[in-house]
Design a protein around this ligand. Sequence first.
Ligand SMILES: C[S@@+](CC[C@H](N)C(=O)[O-])C[C@H]1O[C@@H](n2cnc3c(N)ncnc32)[C@H](O)[C@@H]1O
Length: 232
Amino acid sequence: MEFSGFDARGYRTVDVRTGYGEWVGKYEDTVEDVMDLALLERLREPEWAAVGRAADLGCGTGRTGQWLRGKGVPAIDGVDLTPEMLALARRRGAHDQLTEADVTATGLDEGAYDLVISSLVDEHLADLAPFYREAWRIAAPKAAFVLVAFHPHFIMTSGMPTHFTNDAGEPVAITTNVHLISDHVSAALAAGWRLAELHEGLIDDAWLAVKPKWERFRNHPISAAYVWRKDG
Ligand SMILES: C[S@@+](CC[C@H](N)C(=O)[O-])C[C@H]1O[C@@H](n2cnc3c(N)ncnc32)[C@H](O)[C@@H]1O
């Protein structure tokens, strides 16, 4: 679904590579762990320490990769579209291989990963179907696909796209799409995935401690974490 109908900000919008290429220096100061890492902590599966090799799609600067290493995942390959984000991931050193590629055509080996993970990426994709299909292609039998997403309710109700403030002080939006939960379910089921777990992250006290001005959003869902399984 087009974001423009919900846009309450009217910021100038740039594409993913341009946006993250400019945001990169301040990205880690602005992304909040309560958005994604707190949700990952709530998952009952997969058993992180039992994962042999993970693919981190839209790995950015390597936050997710570092979190996975902390959970005992021994080998992680990352893919991202933005060279500047990959350069920071390279410096961080949480990944084994890092490749500049689209999450819908990663070039990673077929059936090679017992965990595929993607955090805070899908709102930049116009269509979820090729993304779920590519995750399925690279997933090994019985693999999990863990996807953390910006919640559609929050994008709609706040009218706020993914955005950053550039060096000139201008707020700039990065192409944002609204994917309903049913869009995720339809695309994932069509690719062959089975839903194993779904959690929604609400604006709670932990959030308000880092964003006090969001009191008006208390108890609104802002992110979601899906765990998909490849049964075959
Ligand atoms: C909000 S950041 C998330 C980075 C990291 N997963 C994290 O949690 O910090 C979104 C990342 O997705 C990447 N991205 C967006 N669309 C992409 C696409 N189609 N293919 C590959 N990477 C993409 C961007 O370059 C950016 O690094």
